[in-house]
Design a protein around this ligand. Structure first.
Ligand code: ATP
Length: 365
Protein backbone atom coordinates (compact mmCIF):
# COMPACT_ATOMS: atom_id res chain seq x y z
CA UNK A 1 0.00 0.00 0.00
CA UNK A 2 2.72 2.43 1.10
CA UNK A 3 4.98 1.71 -1.87
CA UNK A 4 2.13 1.94 -4.31
CA UNK A 5 1.11 5.33 -2.95
CA UNK A 6 4.67 6.60 -3.04
CA UNK A 7 4.98 5.66 -6.71
CA UNK A 8 1.72 7.31 -7.59
CA UNK A 9 2.71 10.51 -5.77
CA UNK A 10 5.80 11.45 -7.72
CA UNK A 11 5.04 15.17 -7.97
CA UNK A 12 6.02 17.16 -4.92
CA UNK A 13 4.22 20.49 -4.95
CA UNK A 14 5.64 23.67 -3.47
CA UNK A 15 3.54 25.69 -1.10
CA UNK A 16 1.49 28.00 -3.21
CA UNK A 17 0.34 31.46 -2.37
CA UNK A 18 -2.81 31.16 -0.34
CA UNK A 19 -4.52 34.48 -0.66
CA UNK A 20 -7.25 34.92 1.90
CA UNK A 21 -10.19 36.95 0.62
CA UNK A 22 -11.40 39.66 2.95
CA UNK A 23 -9.77 43.00 2.85
CA UNK A 24 -7.27 43.98 5.46
CA UNK A 25 -7.89 47.64 6.12
CA UNK A 26 -5.42 48.20 8.94
CA UNK A 27 -3.23 51.27 8.65
CA UNK A 28 0.54 51.55 8.80
CA UNK A 29 1.97 53.66 11.59
CA UNK A 30 4.13 56.71 10.91
CA UNK A 31 7.22 54.48 11.25
CA UNK A 32 6.00 52.31 8.35
CA UNK A 33 5.02 49.38 10.56
CA UNK A 34 1.76 47.62 11.29
CA UNK A 35 0.68 46.70 14.79
CA UNK A 36 -0.49 43.11 15.22
CA UNK A 37 -2.16 41.80 18.37
CA UNK A 38 -0.28 38.81 19.78
CA UNK A 39 -2.06 36.24 21.93
CA UNK A 40 0.77 33.98 23.03
CA UNK A 41 -1.56 31.37 24.48
CA UNK A 42 -1.07 28.50 26.90
CA UNK A 43 1.07 25.37 27.09
CA UNK A 44 3.58 25.55 24.26
CA UNK A 45 2.10 28.91 23.16
CA UNK A 46 4.81 31.14 24.68
CA UNK A 47 7.63 28.99 23.24
CA UNK A 48 6.30 28.94 19.69
CA UNK A 49 5.35 32.63 19.87
CA UNK A 50 8.92 33.44 20.90
CA UNK A 51 10.16 31.56 17.84
CA UNK A 52 7.87 33.64 15.59
CA UNK A 53 9.02 36.88 17.20
CA UNK A 54 12.70 35.99 16.76
CA UNK A 55 12.23 35.01 13.12
CA UNK A 56 10.21 38.16 12.36
CA UNK A 57 12.87 40.34 13.93
CA UNK A 58 15.58 38.62 11.88
CA UNK A 59 13.52 38.96 8.68
CA UNK A 60 12.89 42.62 9.42
CA UNK A 61 9.13 42.23 8.97
CA UNK A 62 7.47 45.64 9.38
CA UNK A 63 5.30 44.52 12.28
CA UNK A 64 5.16 45.57 15.90
CA UNK A 65 3.58 43.03 18.22
CA UNK A 66 1.00 44.09 20.78
CA UNK A 67 0.84 41.25 23.33
CA UNK A 68 -2.46 40.91 25.18
CA UNK A 69 -3.64 38.87 28.12
CA UNK A 70 -6.75 36.82 27.38
CA UNK A 71 -7.19 35.16 30.79
CA UNK A 72 -10.99 34.82 30.70
CA UNK A 73 -13.41 36.50 33.08
CA UNK A 74 -16.68 34.95 34.19
CA UNK A 75 -19.31 37.70 33.94
CA UNK A 76 -22.91 36.70 34.72
CA UNK A 77 -21.88 33.08 34.22
CA UNK A 78 -20.56 33.86 30.74
CA UNK A 79 -16.93 33.48 29.64
CA UNK A 80 -15.74 36.93 28.59
CA UNK A 81 -12.45 38.23 27.22
CA UNK A 82 -10.67 41.07 29.03
CA UNK A 83 -11.66 44.38 27.42
CA UNK A 84 -8.07 45.51 26.63
CA UNK A 85 -7.61 42.36 24.52
CA UNK A 86 -10.89 42.97 22.67
CA UNK A 87 -9.95 46.63 22.11
CA UNK A 88 -6.52 45.68 20.78
CA UNK A 89 -7.91 43.23 18.19
CA UNK A 90 -10.64 45.67 17.13
CA UNK A 91 -8.04 48.40 16.70
CA UNK A 92 -5.43 46.39 14.83
CA UNK A 93 -7.93 44.23 12.87
CA UNK A 94 -5.45 41.36 12.83
CA UNK A 95 -4.05 39.01 15.45
CA UNK A 96 -1.73 36.04 15.70
CA UNK A 97 -2.81 33.56 18.33
CA UNK A 98 -1.12 30.65 20.06
CA UNK A 99 -3.19 27.75 21.42
CA UNK A 100 -5.56 28.51 24.29
CA UNK A 101 -6.56 26.07 27.00
CA UNK A 102 -9.95 26.55 28.67
CA UNK A 103 -9.69 26.89 32.48
CA UNK A 104 -11.00 23.68 34.04
CA UNK A 105 -13.67 23.53 36.73
CA UNK A 106 -14.67 27.20 36.85
CA UNK A 107 -17.68 27.02 34.56
CA UNK A 108 -15.88 28.57 31.60
CA UNK A 109 -16.91 27.74 28.06
CA UNK A 110 -14.26 27.11 25.39
CA UNK A 111 -11.81 29.98 25.01
CA UNK A 112 -11.48 29.38 21.29
CA UNK A 113 -15.24 29.53 20.85
CA UNK A 114 -15.41 32.69 22.97
CA UNK A 115 -12.86 34.33 20.73
CA UNK A 116 -14.63 33.27 17.54
CA UNK A 117 -17.95 34.54 18.86
CA UNK A 118 -16.56 37.81 20.22
CA UNK A 119 -15.19 38.79 16.80
CA UNK A 120 -17.71 36.86 14.69
CA UNK A 121 -14.96 34.90 12.98
CA UNK A 122 -17.34 32.99 10.75
CA UNK A 123 -14.95 31.09 8.46
CA UNK A 124 -11.95 28.99 9.40
CA UNK A 125 -9.61 28.34 6.48
CA UNK A 126 -7.39 25.29 6.86
CA UNK A 127 -4.95 24.51 4.05
CA UNK A 128 -2.82 21.35 4.15
CA UNK A 129 0.11 21.02 1.80
CA UNK A 130 2.89 18.45 1.71
CA UNK A 131 6.25 19.77 2.83
CA UNK A 132 8.94 18.98 0.32
CA UNK A 133 11.68 16.87 1.84
CA UNK A 134 9.60 15.50 4.69
CA UNK A 135 8.69 11.92 3.86
CA UNK A 136 5.05 10.89 4.35
CA UNK A 137 2.97 8.20 2.59
CA UNK A 138 1.47 10.89 0.33
CA UNK A 139 3.72 13.37 -1.44
CA UNK A 140 1.24 15.56 -3.23
CA UNK A 141 -1.27 16.68 -0.66
CA UNK A 142 -2.72 20.10 -1.38
CA UNK A 143 -6.12 20.38 0.26
CA UNK A 144 -8.04 23.27 1.70
CA UNK A 145 -11.14 23.12 3.79
CA UNK A 146 -13.30 25.90 5.11
CA UNK A 147 -15.03 25.21 8.38
CA UNK A 148 -18.15 27.02 9.57
CA UNK A 149 -16.88 28.53 12.76
CA UNK A 150 -19.75 29.86 14.85
CA UNK A 151 -22.55 27.33 15.25
CA UNK A 152 -23.43 23.74 14.31
CA UNK A 153 -22.44 21.16 16.91
CA UNK A 154 -20.42 23.83 18.77
CA UNK A 155 -23.43 25.96 19.70
CA UNK A 156 -23.06 24.91 23.33
CA UNK A 157 -26.79 24.20 23.72
CA UNK A 158 -26.96 21.09 25.87
CA UNK A 159 -29.34 20.05 28.60
CA UNK A 160 -30.47 17.12 30.68
CA UNK A 161 -34.06 16.16 29.93
CA UNK A 162 -34.29 13.63 32.76
CA UNK A 163 -31.38 11.98 34.54
CA UNK A 164 -29.73 9.67 32.06
CA UNK A 165 -31.13 11.48 29.02
CA UNK A 166 -29.26 14.47 27.62
CA UNK A 167 -29.82 16.52 24.55
CA UNK A 168 -27.25 18.44 22.52
CA UNK A 169 -28.51 20.78 19.86
CA UNK A 170 -26.82 21.25 16.51
CA UNK A 171 -27.84 24.70 15.39
CA UNK A 172 -27.65 25.53 11.69
CA UNK A 173 -28.91 28.90 10.46
CA UNK A 174 -29.27 30.15 6.95
CA UNK A 175 -27.37 33.45 7.55
CA UNK A 176 -24.31 31.69 9.03
CA UNK A 177 -24.37 28.99 6.35
CA UNK A 178 -24.70 31.58 3.61
CA UNK A 179 -21.80 33.59 4.97
CA UNK A 180 -19.32 30.73 5.10
CA UNK A 181 -20.45 29.26 1.78
CA UNK A 182 -20.17 32.63 0.03
CA UNK A 183 -16.70 32.96 1.55
CA UNK A 184 -15.80 29.53 0.16
CA UNK A 185 -16.82 30.61 -3.35
CA UNK A 186 -14.82 33.83 -3.09
CA UNK A 187 -11.84 31.91 -1.75
CA UNK A 188 -12.12 29.33 -4.54
CA UNK A 189 -11.99 32.11 -7.13
CA UNK A 190 -9.07 33.86 -5.49
CA UNK A 191 -6.85 30.77 -5.28
CA UNK A 192 -7.85 29.63 -8.76
CA UNK A 193 -9.48 26.40 -7.61
CA UNK A 194 -12.89 27.03 -9.16
CA UNK A 195 -14.59 24.03 -7.60
CA UNK A 196 -16.49 24.09 -4.28
CA UNK A 197 -17.34 20.80 -2.58
CA UNK A 198 -19.97 20.86 0.16
CA UNK A 199 -19.25 18.08 2.67
CA UNK A 200 -22.36 17.12 4.61
CA UNK A 201 -24.51 14.38 6.08
CA UNK A 202 -27.91 15.53 4.85
CA UNK A 203 -28.85 11.93 4.24
CA UNK A 204 -29.27 11.62 8.02
CA UNK A 205 -29.52 15.23 9.28
CA UNK A 206 -32.08 16.13 6.69
CA UNK A 207 -33.09 19.47 8.16
CA UNK A 208 -29.83 20.88 9.53
CA UNK A 209 -27.33 19.67 6.92
CA UNK A 210 -30.18 19.88 4.42
CA UNK A 211 -30.36 23.63 5.02
CA UNK A 212 -26.58 23.91 4.58
CA UNK A 213 -26.80 22.10 1.24
CA UNK A 214 -29.83 24.05 0.05
CA UNK A 215 -28.10 27.32 0.95
CA UNK A 216 -25.06 26.25 -1.08
CA UNK A 217 -27.32 25.59 -4.09
CA UNK A 218 -28.72 29.11 -3.83
CA UNK A 219 -25.36 30.83 -3.35
CA UNK A 220 -23.83 28.73 -6.12
CA UNK A 221 -26.16 30.33 -8.67
CA UNK A 222 -24.29 33.60 -8.16
CA UNK A 223 -20.99 31.93 -9.13
CA UNK A 224 -21.49 30.39 -12.58
CA UNK A 225 -17.70 30.13 -13.06
CA UNK A 226 -17.22 27.96 -9.98
CA UNK A 227 -18.51 24.41 -10.11
CA UNK A 228 -20.39 23.06 -7.11
CA UNK A 229 -20.57 19.50 -5.84
CA UNK A 230 -21.79 17.70 -2.75
CA UNK A 231 -20.32 14.72 -0.95
CA UNK A 232 -21.27 12.77 2.14
CA UNK A 233 -18.82 13.18 4.99
CA UNK A 234 -18.09 9.46 5.34
CA UNK A 235 -17.40 9.20 1.62
CA UNK A 236 -15.04 12.20 1.75
CA UNK A 237 -13.18 10.67 4.71
CA UNK A 238 -12.64 7.43 2.83
CA UNK A 239 -11.58 9.10 -0.39
CA UNK A 240 -9.33 11.65 1.27
CA UNK A 241 -7.49 8.96 3.22
CA UNK A 242 -7.23 6.75 0.11
CA UNK A 243 -5.99 9.36 -2.36
CA UNK A 244 -5.80 13.01 -1.32
CA UNK A 245 -4.75 14.05 -4.83
CA UNK A 246 -8.43 13.88 -5.83
CA UNK A 247 -8.98 16.97 -3.65
CA UNK A 248 -6.16 19.06 -5.05
CA UNK A 249 -8.21 21.52 -7.05
CA UNK A 250 -11.17 21.68 -4.73
CA UNK A 251 -12.23 23.97 -1.90
CA UNK A 252 -14.20 21.98 0.67
CA UNK A 253 -16.73 23.74 2.87
CA UNK A 254 -18.58 22.11 5.75
CA UNK A 255 -20.35 22.57 9.08
CA UNK A 256 -18.32 23.11 12.24
CA UNK A 257 -17.69 19.64 13.67
CA UNK A 258 -16.98 18.04 10.30
CA UNK A 259 -14.40 20.74 9.62
CA UNK A 260 -12.71 20.10 12.95
CA UNK A 261 -12.39 16.38 12.30
CA UNK A 262 -11.54 16.54 8.60
CA UNK A 263 -8.81 19.10 9.16
CA UNK A 264 -7.08 16.83 11.68
CA UNK A 265 -7.40 14.01 9.17
CA UNK A 266 -5.80 16.25 6.55
CA UNK A 267 -3.01 17.20 8.97
CA UNK A 268 -2.24 13.52 9.42
CA UNK A 269 -1.70 13.22 5.67
CA UNK A 270 1.17 15.73 5.67
CA UNK A 271 2.92 14.87 8.92
CA UNK A 272 0.77 16.04 11.81
CA UNK A 273 -0.57 18.97 13.73
CA UNK A 274 2.82 20.65 14.06
CA UNK A 275 2.60 21.64 10.37
CA UNK A 276 -0.95 22.90 9.91
CA UNK A 277 -1.88 26.59 9.85
CA UNK A 278 -5.27 28.25 9.83
CA UNK A 279 -7.02 31.58 9.44
CA UNK A 280 -10.17 32.68 11.22
CA UNK A 281 -11.92 35.24 9.06
CA UNK A 282 -14.50 37.75 10.24
CA UNK A 283 -16.12 40.77 8.62
CA UNK A 284 -13.29 43.07 9.57
CA UNK A 285 -11.09 41.17 12.02
CA UNK A 286 -8.93 38.13 11.20
CA UNK A 287 -7.14 35.91 13.68
CA UNK A 288 -4.48 33.49 12.51
CA UNK A 289 -3.71 30.41 14.58
CA UNK A 290 -2.20 26.94 14.47
CA UNK A 291 -4.71 24.09 14.26
CA UNK A 292 -3.08 22.26 17.19
CA UNK A 293 -3.87 22.68 20.88
CA UNK A 294 -1.69 23.71 23.80
CA UNK A 295 0.18 20.36 23.88
CA UNK A 296 0.47 20.29 27.69
CA UNK A 297 2.50 17.06 27.52
CA UNK A 298 5.51 18.87 26.02
CA UNK A 299 4.99 22.43 27.29
CA UNK A 300 8.04 24.16 28.71
CA UNK A 301 10.42 21.44 27.50
CA UNK A 302 11.74 23.18 24.40
CA UNK A 303 10.34 20.42 22.18
CA UNK A 304 7.48 22.23 20.43
CA UNK A 305 7.41 22.66 16.69
CA UNK A 306 6.64 26.32 15.87
CA UNK A 307 5.95 25.57 12.18
CA UNK A 308 2.14 25.62 12.38
CA UNK A 309 2.15 29.02 14.06
CA UNK A 310 4.81 30.28 11.66
CA UNK A 311 2.79 29.16 8.63
CA UNK A 312 -0.32 30.74 10.17
CA UNK A 313 1.69 33.94 10.39
CA UNK A 314 2.65 33.50 6.73
CA UNK A 315 -1.07 33.40 5.88
CA UNK A 316 -1.43 36.55 7.95
CA UNK A 317 1.34 38.31 6.03
CA UNK A 318 -0.36 37.43 2.74
CA UNK A 319 -3.64 38.74 4.08
CA UNK A 320 -1.80 41.98 4.87
CA UNK A 321 -0.24 42.01 1.37
CA UNK A 322 3.25 41.60 2.83
CA UNK A 323 3.93 38.88 0.28
CA UNK A 324 7.70 39.23 0.00
CA UNK A 325 8.12 38.65 3.72
CA UNK A 326 5.65 35.77 3.57
CA UNK A 327 7.60 34.11 0.76
CA UNK A 328 10.91 34.58 2.54
CA UNK A 329 9.74 33.07 5.83
CA UNK A 330 7.79 30.30 4.10
CA UNK A 331 10.85 29.27 2.08
CA UNK A 332 13.15 29.36 5.13
CA UNK A 333 10.80 27.14 7.15
CA UNK A 334 10.50 24.60 4.31
CA UNK A 335 14.23 24.59 3.71
CA UNK A 336 14.85 23.93 7.40
CA UNK A 337 12.39 21.03 7.53
CA UNK A 338 13.82 19.55 4.34
CA UNK A 339 17.38 19.79 5.65
CA UNK A 340 17.01 16.65 7.73
CA UNK A 341 16.17 15.21 11.15
CA UNK A 342 18.89 17.17 12.97
CA UNK A 343 17.00 20.36 12.20
CA UNK A 344 13.49 19.03 12.75
CA UNK A 345 11.56 18.78 16.01
CA UNK A 346 10.49 15.47 17.54
CA UNK A 347 6.98 15.45 16.10
CA UNK A 348 8.63 15.34 12.64
CA UNK A 349 10.93 12.46 13.64
CA UNK A 350 13.72 14.91 14.33
CA UNK A 351 16.01 15.73 17.24
CA UNK A 352 16.03 19.55 17.20
CA UNK A 353 14.82 21.71 20.06
CA UNK A 354 12.46 24.61 19.37
CA UNK A 355 15.42 26.96 19.73
CA UNK A 356 17.67 25.04 17.37
CA UNK A 357 14.90 24.89 14.75
CA UNK A 358 14.32 28.64 15.13
CA UNK A 359 18.02 29.40 14.71
CA UNK A 360 18.11 27.26 11.55
CA UNK A 361 15.11 29.07 10.07
CA UNK A 362 16.84 32.38 10.77
CA UNK A 363 20.03 31.20 9.08
CA UNK A 364 17.95 30.08 6.06
CA UNK A 365 16.15 33.39 5.65
P1 ATP B 1 -5.69 20.91 23.96
O1 ATP B 1 -6.55 20.37 25.07
O2 ATP B 1 -5.12 22.27 24.26
O3 ATP B 1 -6.33 20.82 22.60
P2 ATP B 1 -4.33 18.39 23.46
O4 ATP B 1 -3.12 17.76 24.10
O5 ATP B 1 -5.62 17.72 23.61
O6 ATP B 1 -4.40 19.95 23.91
P3 ATP B 1 -2.90 19.06 21.14
O7 ATP B 1 -2.34 20.15 21.95
O8 ATP B 1 -3.34 19.41 19.79
O9 ATP B 1 -4.11 18.43 21.87
O10 ATP B 1 -1.81 17.90 21.09
C1 ATP B 1 -2.02 16.62 20.52
C2 ATP B 1 -0.66 15.92 20.41
O11 ATP B 1 0.13 16.56 19.39
C3 ATP B 1 0.17 16.01 21.70
O12 ATP B 1 0.87 14.83 21.89
C4 ATP B 1 1.11 17.15 21.44
O13 ATP B 1 2.33 17.05 22.13
C5 ATP B 1 1.33 17.10 19.93
N1 ATP B 1 1.54 18.44 19.37
C6 ATP B 1 0.58 19.36 19.14
N2 ATP B 1 1.13 20.49 18.67
C7 ATP B 1 2.45 20.28 18.59
C8 ATP B 1 3.56 21.09 18.18
N3 ATP B 1 3.41 22.34 17.74
N4 ATP B 1 4.80 20.55 18.26
C9 ATP B 1 4.98 19.31 18.68
N5 ATP B 1 3.99 18.49 19.07
C10 ATP B 1 2.73 18.97 19.05
Amino acid sequence: MFRQLTRRSAVIPQFTRSYIPGQFTGAKKANGKYTVTLIEGDGIGPEISEAVKEIYAAADVPIEWEPVDVTPLLIDGKTTLPQPAVDSVNKNLVALKGPLATPVGKGHSSMNLTLRRTFNLFANVRPCQSVQGFETPYKNVDTVLIRENTEGEYSGIEHTIVPGVVQSIKLITKPASEKVIRYAFEYAKSVNKPHVLVVHKASIMKLSDGLFVETAKEVGKEYPDVSLDYELLDNTSLKLASDPSDYKNIVMVMPNLYGDIMSDLSSGLIGGLGLTPSANMGNTVSIFEAVHGSAPDIAGKGLANPTALLLSSVMMLRHMSLNDYADKIDAAVKKTIASGPANRTGDLRGTASTQHFTAQVISNL
